[in-house]
Design a protein. Structure first.
Length: 202
């Protein structure tokens, strides 16, 4: 989706911008490496699966591969963030196991934060609230408000990691097309996400 891709770009850009500003506080002679590890549209594909690429069947995906790739990226960097830009939950697995396998394996893989996508609400806000009780990482979205009390407490506008010489400020945004794409009962979206983004970096 174009809108979602744009929002993802904003999130990545903000992380990069803040990291660069933070680095300016370091000695000009000191060099540090910073890895931004991000996934999108996991769609409950926590197990590897086969697909055809250029006519050839290839085994791809799965949380084990994601965890391995993230570990290698972390090992080669002084600092890192490991984030999801959303759409991690989807039927049929989400319908059967209520998001527990996805949130549990993401936690074990080392995710630090995630912003929900529209598919997280395909079963409604209450179902998503139950799912993220199994998430051992931050859930962030700066332009969403919830009637569900647990979601209202659990989902933060932003989160700040302080790994060393600087702070990393990360925030998430939901597409303004949310209400058209999924079951939006009990969820309100600030559609002016550009304004929200500017407020987050002010």
């Amino acid at each position: 989706m174009k809108n979602k891709a744009f929002v993802i770009t904003i999130i990545v850009s903000v992380v990069i911008i803040i990291a660069v500003i933070a680095y300016s506080n370091l000695s000009s002679r000191e060099t540090k490496s910073f890895a931004i590890i991000m996934t999108s549209d996991l769609q409950s594909q926590i197990a590897p699966f086969d697909m055809k690429i250029d006519g050839e069947k290839v085994n791809v995906g799965g949380m084990a591969r994601i965890a391995s790739a993230a570990r290698k990226a972390r090992e080669g960097a002084d600092y890192y963030t490991f984030l999801s830009s959303g759409d991690d939950l989807m039927a049929p697995l989400f319908n059967v196991f209520a998001g527990v396998p996805e949130m549990t394996t993401m936690t074990r893989a080392g995710y630090m934060g995630a912003t929900p996508g529209n598919h997280e609400f395909d079963r409604g806000a209450d179902a998503y609230a139950e799912a993220i009780k199994s998430a051992g990482f931050q859930i962030i979205s700066a332009n969403m408000d919830f009637d569900n009390e647990y979601l209202d407490r659990r989902i933060r506008d932003s989160y700040v990691w302080a790994p060393g010489e600087f702070n990393i400020h990360v925030f998430g945004l939901m597409t303004p097309d949310f209400e058209r794409l999924t079951k939006g009962a009990g969820v309100s979206i600030n559609r002016d996400f550009i304004k929200v983004a500017k407020e987050q970096v002010a």
